[in-house]
Design a protein around this ligand. Sequence first.
Ligand SMILES: [Zn+2]
Ligand SMILES: [Zn+2]
Length: 336
Amino acid sequence: MTVIKAQAALAKGAALEDFSYQPEELGPNDIEIEISHCGLCHSDIHLIDDSWSRSKYPQVPGHEIVGTVGAMGSAVKHLELGQRVGVGWQRSACLECDLCLGGEENLCPRQQATCMGHHGGLADRIRIDGRFAFALPPDLDSAAAAPLLCGGVTVYAPMRRYGIGATSSVAVIGIGGLGHMAIRMLRALGAEVTAFSTSPDKKPEALAMGAHDFASSTDAREIRKHFGRFDLILSTVAARLDWTTYLQTLRANGTLCLLGIPPGMIMQFPPSLLITGQRSITGSDIGGRAIIREMLRFVTRHGVVPQIQRMPMVEANAALTRLRQNQVRYRLVLER
Ligand SMILES: [Zn+2]
Ligand SMILES: [Zn+2]
């Protein structure tokens, strides 16, 4: 009998405790991963706290998983035992609908999340659909790979969708777990990057990460200096901002793309700004399998890795406290 040893919140908002469970039998397309690293992000806190009213307890968080293939079903042909793989937010999809066939498995109506309704990666092992496990390039460090599988693809997918390249000008709002990865990737794509932050003390860091320019995200006078400049704005923060002013920093046909959801937010802006200049407001939700694979190749080729803090997996509760107190610069990865 197989038993997986994990750490779980047994009730809403509770500290993690040791928890064991029997996994489902390994299906023909499934693999079992022996976990070496697991990143933590704010979504894990939302799951522990049931912020989305969708958590089930015991809740084993963790959806930025890296490890090696320990067992696999008879139909798995693209991986080998012992191979290093990563798993992100998504653990499966139908793979038959038009969205799945079009490479947008992340939008599949039958998608399943790695640690929502299933036990996640704060564990010694996990069983998931092997078609959602990604072989990691040999030159990519395991700890650095973990946050890329969730936050990394979240910022990379919209850059590709909106055709960002060497002649683009892009703004990133928020220099945190997502924002700092976005700045580094945009720089590697050759784009001109402007970082917006509430903390002026982050300016030297933002410039060191590759930003060409830095501005206060809340000072309307500073934001106005950038009117008509950006092809894309990636907003990585969960805050109410002056969207009317930000929309005017877009060039014609520019796009404001939301990656963070401000709590209880109703967005207000004059619709005329969407007509004149044909500006768009949209959001983006992780990415499909092909874009995850492309992102892994891109970051490896260009040496674009997240800035991480490592902690032992047994200290998961201390790690969550750091994350709750916004003390993490910039992504937290637990190692066994
Ligand atoms: Zn995440
Ligand atoms: Zn589907």
